[in-house]
Design a protein around this ligand. Structure first.
Ligand SMILES: [Zn+2]
Ligand SMILES: [Zn+2]
Length: 275
């Protein structure tokens, strides 16, 4: 299973343009892996996860072909993940299309927001619920409940196909007990997980700092949910975490974790080596 990270930044990206910090300054001066657009991913070139305000630049810079997308899967309604206005450019009069070429899988809150913005439009929105798996083109996709924006069913997503199990968790928080219990049935071959707050924990419950992120990964490993040799990549980094990409690499290395960067692509393999 191919996983491409189109964006690996938190809500205001790096550099955050309306404030100053050491990490912002470094990203402005050096670019490259230190520049992070808002978090988004693409699975096997056709499952698009989230639809944020940086969609345009991510498609252009990564030479992504949206005509190949078979679905857009939404995690929650925070505006770094859901930019409703971008959807209009798929359809007439911006294109010749009269129907959206793919379904949008989304929780009830995101679905309501889309229908509010486009009440008459020919959208196919499939409402998803945590712990209720659904099938899409040979994939089993299982949303699990994030400990994040709890006034809606905020989700992290497990993708399974051909013996490969991959969890994409941006905006997770440290999961509550019900999510941990549900996960005991899974054996993850790959994990992308948020490390939003880096070295500076904030009072917001819905994100993890470096310490919590490492704790969560170690708990996944020790409980057998995450295979020992599974790739673990971090995402959704905020400049306030005070870690450049190189510093993140160093901080995560002892735990066999790697910081993600915009454009990064990995192959998640099953135990038997099938993809
Ligand atoms: Zn976010
Ligand atoms: Zn969020």
């Amino acid at each position: 299973m191919k996983v491409q990270l189109l964006g690996t930044g938190a809500s205001d990206g790096i550099p955050a343009i309306f404030t100053e910090s050491r990490v912002n300054r470094y990203a402005l001066d050096h670019g490259g892996k230190d520049r992070r657009t808002r978090s988004s991913a693409l699975i096997d070139d056709h499952l698009k996860v989230d639809f944020g305000p940086d969609t345009w630049i991510q498609v252009v810079e990564n030479k992504v072909d949206p005509s190949e997308w078979s679905a857009v899967l939404m995690t929650h309604s925070h505006e770094d993940h859901l930019d409703r206005s971008e959807f209009q450019y798929f359809l007439y009069p911006f294109t010749e299309r009269e129907f959206m070429p793919f379904p949008i899988y989304a929780n009830q809150t995101v679905a309501d927001k889309l229908w509010e913005r486009y009440p008459e439009w020919p959208l196919e929105i499939v409402v998803t619920r945590s712990y209720c798996p659904f099938e899409h083109q040979g994939y089993t996709i299982t949303p699990i409940k994030a400990n994040h924006k709890l006034d809606e069913d905020s989700q992290n997503l497990i993708f399974q196909r051909d013996g490969v199990t991959f969890l994409y968790g941006t905006d997770t928080g440290y999961w509550q007990d019900e999510t941990w219990e549900f996960l005991t049935d899974f054996s993850l071959d790959g994990l992308v997980i948020e490390c939003t707050e880096g070295l500076h924990r904030t009072s917001y419950y819905g994100h993890m700092d470096l310490k919590e992120c490492v704790e969560l990964v170690q708990r996944l490993r020790s409980s057998g949910i995450l295979r020992p040799d599974a790739q673990v990549i971090t995402t959704h980094h905020a400049h306030t975490g005070d870690l450049t990409h190189a510093e993140l690499e160093e901080a995560l290395r002892p735990y066999r974790m790697v910081p993600g960067f915009d454009g990064m692509a990995i192959e998640v393999m099953s135990v038997s080596g099938r993809q």
